[in-house]
Design a protein around this ligand. Structure first.
Ligand SMILES: Cc1cc2nc3c(=O)[nH]c(=O)nc-3n(C[C@H](O)[C@H](O)[C@H](O)COP(=O)(O)OP(=O)(O)OC[C@H]3O[C@@H](n4cnc5c(N)ncnc54)[C@H](O)[C@@H]3O)c2cc1C
Length: 497
């Protein structure tokens, strides 16, 4: 018999909703604690910049049990994703479980020495309280604590009317109209904001970035949706993955020249299609060495705007503010009214006590998470959505289905603590030594190994994640609805009081 647990879900974004649905569906009592006044996390309107849209095609960015509406475009806009998430929460009766404007300040083991955690909470009015839970799912994402950058001259820049904001604060295109905008960063957010500033009538737009990176257009060669080339098992298998045997290593060695030619072909195509030479933005590294969650989709119009000078691109970084200008590390001086810092977010779980954070994260920043979900030294605790990717909704959905079974001891392959530790060490070796690109974002990125990750989760749950037709299996992108059907075949159970 499985006892019903009081479960706290921290965060009401994509991952928190997936976790809440999975635990509630198994009969657990769920409370979702959300520090903002809305659900959706990065897709909440107050946190989205204008024109934001998914990088992922809509059928890759969805839950297993709910497609995005047919009326949505292939790459939905931010408000559409938010509406989809709101509807998902309503479908599963999760809205009543959300405590909005409530922040988890701190958590620690329960004082009554029962298994579980005590959470210290702060309400909107500043009042504090605490609550005890049998299990906690941390679903706080990787985009919550903006990175900061303090530079000399900042005060006089703002005193003269200059405005400095993080990319997450660029929520109104009117900020750019008629003004000189300088964006720092090379991520998708940086290029999206630069393009939005041009389209919003900025007087001048400058993008300052460290080095050119490969960017993938929505349509490769102008014709083929990138998901049909980069998101298929056949492509994923070109990357040597972890835990493979001698035969697979041999097959990789034999196929090496063909794999090499495949990537050089893609690079040549991208150089021509995106006019990288004309923009002086040809990356130095090989594309296959950088495939992970940090490889961005090319913002439509970004390269044409760089090529014709509507966006002035400068390599380097901001060094200091000087009056109403920004001085770059290369010495260039750029007049600016608005400085947008698209410099990313701090990774972490600040409300976990330091002693537990030390068990969770190694000194080099690598996370110690089995299947990117659980740690044997952090009992009654799991992480959903930490297995980030380009199909994060599906990743969170599968991680949530895995986590509830893990919490209930109902995985078909319920791991022992030793198995978890050995696997964590093996994965850390893979990320540190065999494929350093897999170590970005604390090692919390499953790209380009989506299928392998999903296969492992489903095998743990006790079902196969493969379709019967081998050709369809090799050349079809992850199919969320099919994963829903696989999950439905897993042994059923319900927690009772
Ligand atoms: C602009 C943008 C575009 C993106 N596009 C894609 C895409 O196309 N494809 C893709 O796969 N991924 C994309 N991502 C990544 C995106 O982060 C994930 O897809 C997904 O939305 C993450 O959801 P989450 O629930 O894990 O985290 P979040 O959306 O960050 O939600 C976390 C929630 O936790 C809450 N929270 C944090 N700390 C606390 C606390 N102490 N107490 C209470 N609540 C707390 C936050 O308020 C937030 O609501 C994009 C990200 C951004 C920023």
């Amino acid at each position: 018999m499985i006892n019903r647990k009081q479960v706290c879900i921290v965060g009401a974004g994509v991952s928190g909703l997936a976790a809440a649905k999975a635990f509630a569906a198994r009969g657990h009592e769920v409370t979702i604690v959300e520090r903002s006044g809305d659900l959706g996390g990065v897709w909440a309107p107050s946190r989205s910049y204008p024109d934001v849209q998914t990088q992922s095609p809509k059928d890759l960015y969805r839950y297993t049990d709910k497609a995005m509406p047919d009326s949505y475009p292939e790459w939905p806009k931010g408000p559409q994703v938010h509406a989809y998430l709101t509807e998902y929460a309503a479908d599963h009766d999760l809205l009543r479980a959300i405590r909005f404007n409530t922040t988890v300040l701190q958590m620690d083991r329960r004082p009554d020495s029962r298994p579980g955690w005590r959470l210290d909470l702060k309400g909107a009015d500043g009042s504090t309280s605490h609550a005890d839970f049998d299990f906690v799912a941390v679903c706080t994402g990787q985009f919550n604590e903006p990175q900061t950058l303090s530079l000399a001259g900042e005060e006089s820049f703002t005193a003269q009317g200059g405005c400095i904001l993080h990319s997450s604060q660029y929520s109104d295109a009117a900020l750019a109209k008629g003004r000189k905008v300088a964006v720092l960063g090379g991520s998708k957010s940086a290029t999206d904001i630069a393009v939005n500033a041009v389209n919003s009538g900025a007087a001048e737009v400058t993008l300052v970035y460290r080095e050119p990176v490969w960017r993938i257009p929505y349509f490769i060669g102008g014709l083929v949706n990138f998901k049909r080339i980069l998101y298929v098992r056949a492509q994923e298998e070109m990357f040597r993955s972890w835990g493979i045997g001698a035969m697979s290593r041999l097959a990789h060695a034999i196929a090496k020249p063909f794999i090499w030619a495949n990537w050089r072909g893609l690079e040549s195509l991208l150089k021509v299609q995106l006019k990288l030479g004309k923009c002086d933005m040809v990356p130095e590294g090989r594309i296959e060495d950088g495939v992970n969650c940090s490889i961005p989709i090319a913002t439509p119009d970004f390269f044409p705007m760089v090529a014709d000078g509507r966006i002035k691109a400068i390599r380097g970084s901001f060094e200091r503010y000087d009056g109403n200008a920004i001085v770059m590390t290369g010495g260039q001086r750029v007049r600016a009214d608005v400085a947008v810092l698209a410099i990313g977010y701090k990774l972490g779980v600040p409300f976990l006590p330091q002693a537990y954070r030390n068990k969770l994260v190694d000194p080099d920043g690598q996370y110690r998470l089995y299947r990117l979900i659980a740690n044997p030294d952090l009992p009654e605790l799991g992480f959903v959505g930490f297995n980030s990717s380009f199909c994060t909704v599906l990743c969170a959905d599968l991680a949530a289905s895995w986590l509830v079974r893990y919490a209930d001891g109902q995985l078909a392959r319920q791991p022992t603590e030793k198995e978890m530790r050995d696997n964590i060490e093996m994965m850390l070796h893979f990320k540190r030594v065999e494929r350093p690109a897999a170590g970005v974002y604390g090692g919390l990125c499953v790209a380009p190994y989506h299928f392998k990750h999903f296969d492992e989760l489903l095998a743990d749950i006790g079902v196969s994640g493969r379709r019967s037709n081998p050709l369809v299996e090799k050349f079809t992108p992850p199919d969320a609805a099919a994963y829903g059907r696989f999950l439905a075949l897993a042994p059923d159970y319900r927690a009772t009081a």
